[in-house]
Design a protein. Structure first.
Lengths: 478, 42
C-alpha cells in the first residue's frame, strides 16, 4: 500500500467506541519533540568550538552567527503554520504529523552534516528552514485534532498538547547534554553525532503520534453531551448540557455553532483583536523570560548567585509548562475572555509590584510574582486555540490558529528588543543596574492594559462571515 | 458514567501504555529542572 494512502485522512477516523483519552498522548508525542527548539541554546557554546574544541579558534562560528539558527527556525515555524494551516485541515492530522516528523528529524540530520562540514548555511537550511517547517506543522496539527475530540473541554485538551511544547525543552536540554558527553572526544565536540542521534530519536518518538492519532467520525457524540449537529465539513458540533463543565459555568461565554472559513476569518475584527491579545500577552512574557537570569542577579546582587539564578530559570520553566495546562483548563469553567482578563489584570498588577520587591529585597515575593506572570504567559499560548474555536467554530480552527501565530513571531522580536534595549538605555544614562528594569516593568504593565482593552472588545463574528452549509452554497461574506 | 457504559472498547494496556510513553520522558525532564531549581532556595 502506498504511504500516502496509509497517511490519508480517511484512514485515521476512529472506530465506534474509541477512547478519546488515547489521543492526547499522540499530540503530546509531537509537542514534546518539537518543544526541543526552546533548548537549542544548549548547542550554542559547543557549536562555537567546532574547530578549537576546548575554546573558540580562528574560523569558528561566532555566537551571533549561531543565534540565527534559532531565529530562522522560529520564523519558519510561523511561516509554515500560516502557509500549511489550510492544507493540514484537508490532509488530516496523520499526514501533517508525518510531514512534521520528517522535516524535524530530517532537519536535524542535515544540520549534523552542516556541523560536520562546518558550513553554517547547511545548518540554517537544515535545523532553521526544514526543521522550522516541521515545527509549524507539528504545532498546529495536534491542537486542531484535540479540539475536535474535546468539544466539551477544549481548553483542557489544547492545554495538554501545548504544555508538551513547554515541557519539550526540559527533555531536549538534558538529552542533548547527555548525548554530547557520550560522543565527545579530544578531537570532536560531539555536536554533529548528537544532531544525527536526536534527529533519529525524535523521528521515532513522533512516529508514535503519527501511528496513534485518530479523528472523530462524522457525527460522533462527545461523552456527556447532547447533540450532535454536524458542521459543513462533517465535524462534530455539540451543545452543552447542564452538569458538564461547559454547561454549568455562569461566566461561560456562549460559543458559536457557526463556522468561519480561514480566508474569511482574516477579514473579521475579532481575528485582529485576538491577534493583538496574543501578541501583547506574549510580548510581556517573552522578553523577561530571556533575561530572567541576569535580571534576578542584578536586582538582588548580594542574595542571588549564578547557580541560584539558574534555579530561578528552571522554576520559571516549570511555571510556564504548568500554566499552559492549569490556566487553559480553568478557561473551560470561567470562559476564555474572563481567563484573558485575569492574565491582563493580574499580570499588570504583578509587573507594577515587581520593582517594589526589588527595593524591599524580598526575593521570595519576586520569585512568586514572576512564576505567576510566566504561568500566564504559557497560559496565553494554550488558551488561544480554544478562544479561536469559540469565536470562529471548529471547521478551520487549525488553519486560523496557524495564521494567528504570526503574532508570536512579532512578539518574539518585540519582547526581547524592548527589554534588552530599555535596560541598555537606562544603564547608559546612569541608572543603577538594580533599578534598570523598573521602567521595563511599567511598560510591560502598560502593554497588558492595552491587551485588556483589546480582549474586552472581542465580540461575535458578524453573521455575514459565517460559512454557508447549504448544498451548492458559496462562502458567505466571501 | 463508566467507560464501558460510554461504549469505550479500547484495551487498558493501550491506554496506559500511551500515557507512559509520553509521561516518562516528561517526568524525567521535569525532575532534571526541579533538582536544578532547588539551588534557588539554598
Amino acid at each position: 500500500m502506498r504511504l500516502s494512502a496509509i497517511l490519508d485522512r480517511s484512514r485515521c477516523i476512529a472506530p465506534p467506541g474509541y477512547d478519546r483519552w488515547r489521543v492526547p498522548p499522540a499530540a503530546l508525542a509531537i509537542h514534546l519533540a518539537i518543544g526541543q527548539v526552546y533548548a537549542f541554546s544548549v548547542f550554542n557554546l559547543p557549536l562555537s568550538r567546532l574547530i578549537g574544541i576546548t575554546d573558540s579558534a580562528p574560523g569558528d562560528w561566532k555566537l551571533t552567527t549561531i543565534g540565527w539558527i534559532f531565529s530562522v527556525a522560529i520564523v519558519f515555524l510561523g511561516l509554515s503554520a500560516f502557509t500549511f494551516g489550510h492544507w493540514l485541515e484537508d490532509a488530516g492530522p496523520r499526514k501533517a504529523m508525518f510531514a512534521s516528523a520528517t522535516c524535524f528529524g530530517g532537519g536535524f540530520l542535515i544540520a549534523a552534516l552542516g556541523a560536520q562540514l562546518h558550513q553554517i548555511w547547511v545548518v540554517y537550511l537544515g535545523y532553521g528552514v526544514i526543521g522550522g517547517i516541521g515545527l509549524g506543522l507539528g504545532y498546529i496539527s495536534p491542537v486542531s485534532t484535540l479540539i475536535k475530540w474535546f468539544p466539551d473541554r477544549p481548553g483542557m485538551a489544547t492545554g495538554l498538547a501545548i504544555m508538551g511544547f513547554g515541557g519539550g525543552a526540559m527533555i531536549g536540554s538534558p538529552l542533548a547534554v547527555a548525548l554530547m558527553d557520550l560522543f565527545k572526544s579530544p578531537a570532536n565536540t560531539g555536536v554533529a553525532p548528537t544532531f544525527a542521534a536526536m534527529g533519529v530519536i525524535y523521528f521515532v518518538f513522533m512516529m508514535f503520534g503519527v501511528a496513534t492519532v485518530k479523528l472523530p467520525a462524522p457525527g460522533w457524540i462527545a461523552p456527556g453531551f447532547t447533540g450532535p449537529r454536524v458542521s459543513s465539513e462533517g465535524e462534530p458540533i455539540t451543545a452543552p448540557r447542564v452538569g458538564t463543565p461547559a454547561g454549568r459555568s455562569f461566566f461561560q461565554r456562549r460559543r458559536t455553532a457557526k463556522d468561519v472559513h480561514v480566508d474569511v476569518a482574516l477579514r473579521t475584527r475579532p481575528f485582529w483583536l485576538l491577534w493583538a491579545v496574543l501578541c501583547l500577552n506574549v510580548t510581556a512574557g517573552i522578553g523577561v523570560l530571556g533575561q530572567a537570569s541576569p535580571m534576578i542577579q542584578e536586582m538582588f546582587p548580594s542574595a542571588i548567585s549564578p547557580a541560584a539564578a539558574a534555579g530561578f530559570v528552571g522554576l520559571l520553566s516549570i511555571a510556564n509548562m504548568a500554566g499552559r495546562f492549569v490556566w487553559s483548563s480553568a478557561s473551560d469553567y470561567i470562559g476564555r475572555r474572563n481567563t484573558y482578563m485575569v492574565y491582563f489584570v493580574l499580570g499588570a498588577i504583578l509587573y507594577a509590584l515587581v520593582p517594589s520587591t526589588g527595593r524591599a529585597a524580598n526575593v521570595v515575593l519576586f520569585v512568586v510574582a514572576y512564576a505567576v506572570i510566566i504561568s500566564m504567559y504559557g497560559g496565553g499560548f494554550a488558551t488561544i486555540p480554544a478562544y479561536l474555536r469559540d469565536v470562529f467554530g471548529v471547521m478551520h480552527v487549525g488553519a486560523i490558529h496557524g495564521r494567528l501565530l504570526t503574532a508570536w513571531s512579532v512578539a518574539g522580536v518585540a519582547g526581547p528588543v524592548l527589554v534588552n534595549y530599555l535596560r541598555e538605555y537606562q544603564i547608559a544614562h546612569g541608572v543603577a543596574r538594580a533599578d534598570a528594569y523598573t521602567a521595563t516593568m511599567y511598560i510591560m504593565a502598560g502593554l497588558l492594559a492595552i491587551g485588556f482593552v483589546a480582549n474586552a472588545l472581542v465580540g461575535d463574528v458578524d453573521p455575514k462571515y459565517h460559512f454557508a452549509a447549504a448544498p451548492g452554497a458559496t462562502e458567505a461574506g466571501a | 458514567m463508566t467507560r464501558a457504559a460510554r461504549g469505550d472498547r479500547s484495551p487498558w494496556p493501550a491506554r496506559i501504555g500511551a500515557w507512559l510513553f509520553v509521561g516518562i520522558p516528561l517526568a524525567w525532564g521535569v525532575a532534571q529542572v526541579a533538582v536544578k531549581s532547588v539551588t534557588l532556595f539554598r
